[in-house]
Design a protein around this ligand. Structure first.
Ligand code: ATP
Ligand code: MG
Length: 422
């Protein structure tokens, strides 16, 4: 679990602002659900025989009533619970998005943390392939907006439950014939959830998994038509994709379309976003049956990839730094600064240093002004204040930066000259 500190936190805010803007353009609305949910929600929703439920959940008993609770390992189950609980689909489908921390008890490594953050989009109440495609286009637009490169899209279709049943039998048969190649976990899952074996992270089993019966070969006409419709919309919109018949995702709730955005630049934690259709989840957790589709991206991994690609993320710098030579100037200086802030200018106020006397030397104040990255210094010198003026000095055009005086009483008239161009 990590502390996210400045200046790193500015990268997070930048990403979140991009996401908010984009979600608004796709007409997805923000939803905020609790971090803690009843444990059975995840067990029923994600599936008993999944990595998350078997070994990754932070679960505990409520001290007072013994209720079993879990820190959310993902947000789809909670969103679906909320949608059902508030009958949100009574007047038609809903497009939602969320951002926030998730918790999984994993072995920490690069790109894999115990508290990590997801941004997710969910469209509930829509059965058509156009919404699967919309969600994928939304993610693709986000990569473009962030300047992310080298992200590829893998697609698969998990079909419908009856199609899965036939595949499951073939899968069990295949794995039984190769039982000596299964690791302990796979052997345990062979009869409870053989599909999960395809999602193994054990490199020794990759060959076996590659050659396993493909779910896609068991799909009927309707499932294939849905898949084709998604692919056609993506292709028409210039989105490159490949079909990965082994892509099954880590939760049991998916059907039909599943997808992942993957990069080769983050080592083995290369999946930055994953999602798919989950038409049976709402019913499974006690709501009225309704189709749905969604995805979640890993914020840490996306930011790490941006770093890897040396993408420039705008740094947060104030427009101006207020240099205040003496404490006597504080009342007037602060009210001027407040006026500028009210006019939309960001101002970092010099504050008295610890262990020093007064406001500190002019030299040390200008050093701080430079370090702040501000374009201008506001200098509240005694003589100028006596004349009702403040000096604005440019910090960015070399030594002897241009200087101008402005009236303290008319901040609104000159505030905009301090606005940075960005
Ligand atoms: P993985 O296969 O890497 O374990 P997952 O299938 O468990 O991923 P999802 O549950 O689909 O992941 O979550 C969506 C995204 O959230 C992932 O693609 C990844 O970017 C991110 N993510 C998942 N687990 C973690 C984690 N422990 N730390 C950081 N990011 C994570
Ligand atoms: Mg995982």
């Amino acid at each position: 679990m990590n502390d996210i500190l400045p200046p790193e936190s500015a990268r997070w805010e930048w990403l979140e602002a991009k996401v908010r803007g984009l979600m608004a353009r796709y007409a997805y609305r923000n939803i905020r659900t609790p971090i803690v949910e009843p444990t059975p929600l995840f067990v029923r929703g994600l599936g008993e025989v999944t990595d998350i439920v078997e070994k990754e959940m932070y679960s505990f008993e409520d001290r007072l009533n013994g209720e079993h609770l879990t820190l959310r390992p993902e947000a789809t189950a909670g969103v679906v619970r909320a949608v059902a609980e508030h009958s949100m689909l009574y007047d038609g489908g809903k497009r939602l998005y969320y951002m926030g921390p998730m918790f999984r008890h994993e072995r920490p490594q690069r790109g894999r943390y115990r508290q990590f953050h997801q941004i997710g989009a969910e469209a509930l109440g829509f059965p058509g392939a156009e919404v699967d495609a919309e969600l994928i286009l939304l993610a693709q637009s986000l990569w473009r907006e962030l300047g992310l490169q080298n992200v590829r899209l893998e697609l698969n279709s998990l079909g419908e439950p009856d199609e899965r049943k036939a595949h499951r039998a073939a899968l069990i048969d295949y794995f039984e014939k190769n039982a000596e190649l299964l690791d302990e976990e796979a052997r345990r899952r062979l009869h409870s959830n053989p599909l999960r074996i395809l999602d193994t992270k054990n490199p020794a089993m990759q060959g076996l998994v590659e050659a396993a019966p493909r779910l896609i070969d068991f799909l009927g006409e309707e499932s294939l038509a849905h898949f084709d419709a998604v692919k056609a919309i993506l292709t028409a919109n210039g989105v490159a994709w490949t079909v990965n018949p082994r892509l099954v995702r880590g939760m049991d709730y998916y059907n039909l379309t599943v997808f992942e955005f993957i990069t080769d630049q983050l080592g083995s934690q290369g999946t930055i976003c994953g999602g798919g259709r989950y038409d049976y989840l709402i019913e499974q957790i006690g709501g009225k049956v309704a189709p749905a589709v969604g995805w979640a991206l890993g914020v840490e991994r996306v930011l790490e990839l941006l770093k890897e690609q040396a993408s420039a993320v705008p740094a947060l710098v104030p427009d101006a730094y207020a240099v205040i030579p003496g404490v006597a100037a504080l009342p007037v200086a602060v009210s001027t600064i407040e006026g500028l802030r009210a006019a939309g200018i960001s101002v970092q106020m010099h504050a008295a240093p610890a262990g020093g006397e007064g406001m500190g030397s002019m030299k040390s104040q200008f050093k701080k002004a430079d370090a702040s990255g501000a374009r201008y210094a506001l200098i509240f010198g005694e003589d100028e204040l006596a004349r009702g003026m403040v000096v604005v000095k440019s910090l960015r055009d070399g030594a002897g930066g241009a200087q101008a005086e402005h009236p303290l009483a008319a901040v609104a008239q000159w505030a905009s000259t301090l606005q940075s161009n960005s």
